[in-house]
Design a protein around this ligand. Structure first.
Ligand code: V47
Length: 353
């Protein structure tokens, strides 16, 4: 059976066929992806009102793509106090945020409790705010640094009020590429197993993929299929987030920038392949707002959030340092013919705007 027949029959695609999806014409691919998007979500596009906080940029690891962590490329080290972090949350509360998304570098100097008390203090003072915190890369760093198991860290996260895990640190699972871009940090199997353990604790998480650097199309497909396999087992992923690689201020020498077409094809393929992950997020901070809006027609049904302040992607060149206003977000989505729906962090619908 050829691939078109399989697509028309809604058959699950395996590796060989999945790679061939990239050879389809862009708009043909879009039609298949959009059909699935409309079946699952109609014209709804989700967003949330959130605040990103990056409490420290001091990192013992050196990922080649990272412009955020303090290093030769970025000599400005910082580590926030808990009081400073609480001040940020207090300020953002006035903007009616429902979620804090907290991602740090792997700082060996603060002690474990510094990380954990951030969550506890936020939760004690603002019980209604959802705390999305600690990537699997951070979980692995903390376990290794403090001679604990991944399970130990997960139990501590639960005790200290973490509600869900963000999808960062996944990068690209292919071991050869991973060694080149972020050798030494959490391995692919460890990343997947940490999310497995988190899901088994009854909680949910997201999954990312960093693409547009030195990886191949095959590497992207392999990455998505490893996620699909774990999702079959646990059902714990809320969203898949393809992160477009930003090229500035880092150590990866990428000669040719990824094209808009290739980005859109990747969103569409994610929608087709990941039949068991409900939400495909076009994270506007890496795709640009404009391409994220186009991506709504290529399978994406979620644009992430208002963010307020963004440090990781903007350090590498993205125009995302200051977030977007809620009304701006809503108007963008409406003007492109979709229905803006504010969601909470685990995709309950809060308000149709
Ligand atoms: O894991 C680092 C990426 C991620 C670059 O779960 C870069 O809802 C592009 O995971 N170009 C952290 N990306 C951010 C992240 C995230 C973002 C939004 C929503 C969610 C979610 C998760 O940022 C890292 C890494 O893959 N990153 N450097 C760069 N140069």
């Amino acid at each position: 059976m050829d691939i078109i027949e399989k697509l028309n029959n809604n058959e699950r695609l395996e590796f060989e066929d999945a790679v061939k999806l990239y050879d389809l014409e862009l708009f043909e691919l879009a039609e298949y992806a959009n059909k699935i998007r409309e079946e699952k979500h109609g014209k709804k596009t989700y967003f949330n009102i959130n605040r990103h906080i990056n409490p420290t940029n001091v990192c013992k690891d050196v990922c080649q793509f990272c412009a955020y962590s303090a290093s030769r490329k970025n000599p400005n080290q910082y580590t926030m106090t808990h009081e400073q972090i609480l001040d940020v949350v207090e300020h953002s509360k006035q903007n009616e945020i429902k979620e804090v998304h907290i991602v740090s570098a792997h700082n060996p100097n603060t002690g474990l409790q510094w990380y954990l008390d951030i969550f506890k203090k936020i939760k004690e003072k603002y019980p209604s705010i959802h705390v999305k915190a600690l990537t699997a890369a951070e979980v692995h760093f903390l376990a290794t640094q403090y001679n604990l198991t991944h399970e130990d860290i997960i139990n501590k996260m639960l005790e200290h009020g973490v509600d869900s895990m963000p999808g960062g640190g996944a990068e690209i699972f292919d071991e050869k590429v991973r060694k080149r871009i972020c050798g030494g940090k959490v391995t692919s199997d460890q990343w997947l197993n940490i999310h497995r353990l988190w899901h088994k604790s009854g909680k949910t998480s997201n999954a990312t993929m960093l693409f547009g650097h030195i990886e191949s199309r095959e590497n992207r497909i392999d990455h998505m299929l490893r996620l699909r396999k774990l999702q079959d087992e646990t059902g714990g992923f809320n969203a898949f987030i393809p992160l477009v690689y930003q090229t500035k201020n880092n150590y990866l020498k990428v000669k040719k920038a990824i094209t808009g077409q290739e980005i859109l094809k990747t969103y569409a393929i994610a929608r087709i392949l990941l039949d068991n992950i409900s939400n495909i997020k076009a994270y506007w901070a890496t795709s640009t707002v404009k391409l994220a809006l186009v991506a709504q027609e290529f399978g994406a049904n979620d644009l992430d959030g208002t963010i307020e302040k963004e440090s990781i992607q903007s350090a590498a060149g993205a125009q995302s340092a200051h977030g977007v206003q809620v009304q701006e977000f809503v108007d963008y989505i409406k003007n492109t013919g979709f229905t803006p729906v504010e969601r909470d962090s685990v995709y309950n619908e809060l308000k149709t705007w």
